[in-house]
Design a protein around this ligand. Structure first.
Ligand SMILES: Cc1cc2nc3c(=O)[nH]c(=O)nc-3n(C[C@H](O)[C@H](O)[C@H](O)COP(=O)(O)OP(=O)(O)OC[C@H]3O[C@@H](n4cnc5c(N)ncnc54)[C@H](O)[C@@H]3O)c2cc1C
Length: 496
C-alpha cells in the first residue's frame, strides 16, 4: 500500500482490540472516544499533509516505485538529507511542533537502523536472522505506512539499584519460547502515541551492564492489539467542556503517553530483531540512531521555537508592550530559534559517510542540542508566561463571547492596543495559556525535559562519550579537549 491518507490511518486503528485504559474506561474506539478523538484527527492530518505537500513529503520506494514518506529514506548524500528535511518540516508544521512523536520520529529511527543493518548482525553472525527481520520490517513500515509507538526504558522502582537488572521481574524480559515465538513479560515506559499507533516497537535504551541479563536484551515490533499487551494512559488533558476555541492545543495536540505492561505476550520470531543477544543490544544505538533522530527532532524543536517566537511577539503587540524587558526576552527567544536552525544546517552541511554507504548529519552539531533544548524550550515557555502575565487568564470563553449581555462589555473592557479586538485577544491568550500553562502545557514541558533522556544524562554523555565506535568517528570531548589543549599548553609554556 502506498503512503496512506488520514482516513486510511483512522480506518486502521478504528475499534481494534488493543487493551488501552484511560481513567475508568477500557477504550473501545480511540477514534470516537471524547478525550482521544482530537488526537486521532491530528495524526490523521499528518497523513493527509504528506499528500497535500507531496513534492516535499513523498518519494518513490527504491524497489517498488510506489510513493512512501521521505522520513523512510536511507540517506546517501547531502541532497538526500536536505530533501528529508523539507518533508520533516512539513510534518512538524502540522502540529506546530507540539506532537513530538508523529510517525516520522520512528520512521527516521528505523531508516537509520536499516541503513546500518550490519550493526545488528552481531559477532560471528549470531543475530543474522534478527538483522534480516529488521530490514524486512523497515520496508513494511514504509510500504504499509504504519504509525509506531515505542518503549526503550525500564520503569523506575528503586533508582539506587537501577542498573541491577538480573532477576528483576519488572523490566520486560523473555520468559519462554515456542517453536515460532518468544514469550515476554514485564513493563516498559513510556509509549507516547499509544492510542494512535498501529504497532509497538521495542529497542534498546540503555545498555545492559550485568553479565547474565541476556533475557532482557530484546527488540521487536508487534501490533498494538497483540494479546497480553496492556496500555495504561495518563489522564487526559481535556475536560468534557473543552472546545477548540477555549483549548486550542489540548483539543488537537495531546499525543498521550502510556505505561506498558507485557503480560506473557507472544512475539512471533519473524518480528524479533534481537533475541537475548546482549552484545548486539548494547551496541546498535551507538552509531545510526541519534545523528538521524536528532535531525528529525531538532527540526520539530525549531518549528516549536518559531511558533513560540511568533506567539510571544503577537501577544506583546496585542497589549502594546514595547518595554525593554519584553524586547530583551523576545530577542533571547529569536536567538534560540537561530541557534537551533544553525545546528540543523551545520549538521547537514558537514554530513559524512558513517559506513555502509549511508550519509547521516554530522553528530557534532547535534549532540549539544540534546541537552541545550531541554533548557531553551522551557525558557521559551517561561518567556511567554512572563510576557503574558495576568492576560493569560483574562480570557473570556467561547460561551462568554457568545453571550448577548456580556459581549458588548467584553468588547470594551478587553480591547487591544492594536486592531485585534476582544475576540482575537481571547483566542491569542487562550492559545498561549494552552501552550505554557494548561495541563497539556505541563505535560509537553515534561516531555521536552526528558524525551531524549534528562539534561544531566546528556551532558554526562557529551563529556564521556567514546571517540570511535566500531571504526566510526563520533562526537567526543577528546576532540574538543585536543584542540583546547594546544592553547592551554601554549599558555602554560609561557607562564611556567
Ligand atoms: C512526556 C514523556 C514522554 C515520553 N515518551 C517516551 C516514549 O515514547 N518512548 C520511550 O521509550 N520513552 C519515553 N519517555 C521516557 C524517557 O525515555 C525517559 O523519561 C528518559 O529516558 C529519561 O529517563 P528517566 O525519566 O529515568 O530520567 P533520568 O535521565 O534518569 O533522569 C531522572 C532524574 O535524575 C537526574 N539525573 C540523571 N542522570 C544524572 C546524573 N548523571 N547526574 C545527576 N543527576 C542525574 C535527572 O536530572 C533527573 O532529575 C517519555 C518521557 C516523558 C516525560
Amino acid at each position: 500500500m502506498p503512503a496512506r491518507t488520514g482516513e486510511q490511518f483512522l480506518e486502521g486503528i478504528r475499534g481494534d482490540t488493543r487493551e488501552l485504559w484511560l481513567g475508568s474506561d477500557r477504550v473501545e474506539d480511540v477514534t470516537t472516544h471524547p478525550f482521544l478523538a482530537g488526537g486521532a484527527r491530528a495524526i490523521a492530518s499528518v497523513f493527509d499533509a504528506q499528500h497535500k505537500y507531496a513534492d516535499d513529503c513523498l518519494m518513490p520506494d527504491p524497489e517498488t516505485g510506489e510513493p512512501i514518506n521521505v522520513s523512510h529514506m536511507i540517506p546517501r548524500s547531502l541532497d538526500d538529507l536536505l530533501r528529508r528535511r523539507r518533508g520533516l518540516e512539513r510534518i512538524a508544521a502540522t502540529t506546530v511542533g507540539m506532537m513530538g512523536r508523529t510517525p516520522d520520529y520512528m520512521n527516521v529511527t528505523f531508516a537509520g537502523f536499516a541503513g546500518r543493518s550490519n550493526d545488528w548482525v552481531g559477532l560471528d553472525g549470531a543475530n543474522a536472522r534478527g538483522a534480516e527481520n529488521l530490514v524486512r520490517f523497515q520496508k513494511r513500515l514504509a510500504r504499509d505506512d504504519l504509525s509506531l509507538t515505542h518503549t526503550l526504558v525500564h520503569p523506575t522502582v528503586n533508582r539506587s539499584k537501577e542498573m541491577e537488572i538480573l532477576g528483576n521481574p519488572v523490566p520486560m524480559h523473555k520468559v519462554g519460547e515456542t517453536k515460532d515465538s518468544i514469550i515476554v513479560s514485564g513493563a516498559r515506559i513510556l509509549a507516547t502515541l499509544a492510542p494512535y499507533a498501529d504497532e509497538l516497537a521495542v529497542y534498546p535504551g540503555f545498555p545492559l551492564m550485568e553479565d547474565g541479563t541476556e533475557d532482557y536484551a530484546l527488540s521487536f515490533s508487534i501490533p498494538m492489539s497483540t494479546p497480553g499487551l496492556i496500555f495504561l494512559c495518563r489522564d487526559s488533558t481535556l475536560t468534557p467542556q473543552s472546545t477548540p476555541f477555549d483549548r486550542p492545543m489540548s483539543t488537537r495536540f495531546d499525543e498521550q503517553d502510556a505505561f506498558v505492561i507485557f503480560d506473557e505476550v507472544e512475539v512471533p520470531k519473524d518480528l524479533v530483531f534481537i533475541d537475548c543477544n546482549r552484545e548486539v543490544y548494547n551496541s546498535v544505538m551507538a552509531i545510526s540512531w541519534w545523528p538521524n533522530i536528532m535531525q528529525q527532532t531538532t527540526v520539530r524543536a525549531l518549528t516549536k521555537l518559531e511558533f513560540a517566537y511568533a506567539l510571544a511577539s503577537r501577544m506583546a503587540e496585542a497589549v502594546g508592550d514595547k518595554s525593554d524587558i519584553t524586547t530583551d526576552m523576545l530577542g533571547e527567544l529569536a536567538c534560540y530559534v537561530e541557534m537551533t536552525r544553525n545546528a540543523i544546517v551545520a549538521s547537514e552541511q558537514l554530513c559524512r559517510d558513517y559506513g555502509d554507504g549511508v550519509v547521516f548529519p554530522d553528530d557534532r552539531a547535534l549532540h549539544p542540542m540534546r541537552s541545550l533544548l531541554t533548557d531553551w524550550i522551557p525558557r521559551a515557555l517561561e518567556i511567554i508566561m512572563l510576557i503574558g502575565s495576568h492576560n493569560l487568564l483574562a480570557t473570556p470563553s467561547r460561551a462568554m463571547l457568545d453571550d448577548e449581555r456580556l459581549r458588548p462589555l467584553i468588547d470594551v473592557y478587553l480591547a487591544t492596543a492594536n486592531d485585534e479586538g476582544a475576540e482575537g485577544r481571547s483566542a491569542l491568550f487562550r492559545l498561549a495559556w494552552d501552550f505554557v500553562g494548561s495541563g497539556l502545557a505541563g505535560r509537553t514541558e515534561l516531555y521536552e525535559r526528558f524525551y531524549l533522556g534528562s539534561r544531566a544524562r546528556n551532558r554526562k554523555l557529551m563529556h564521556l562519550s567514546a571517540k570511535e565506535v566500531a571504526g566510526v568517528r563520533m562526537t567526543s570531548a577528546d576532540e574538543i579537549r585536543a584542540r583546547g589543549a594546544q592553547l592551554l599548553d601554549g599558555i602554560l609554556a609561557v607562564s611556567t
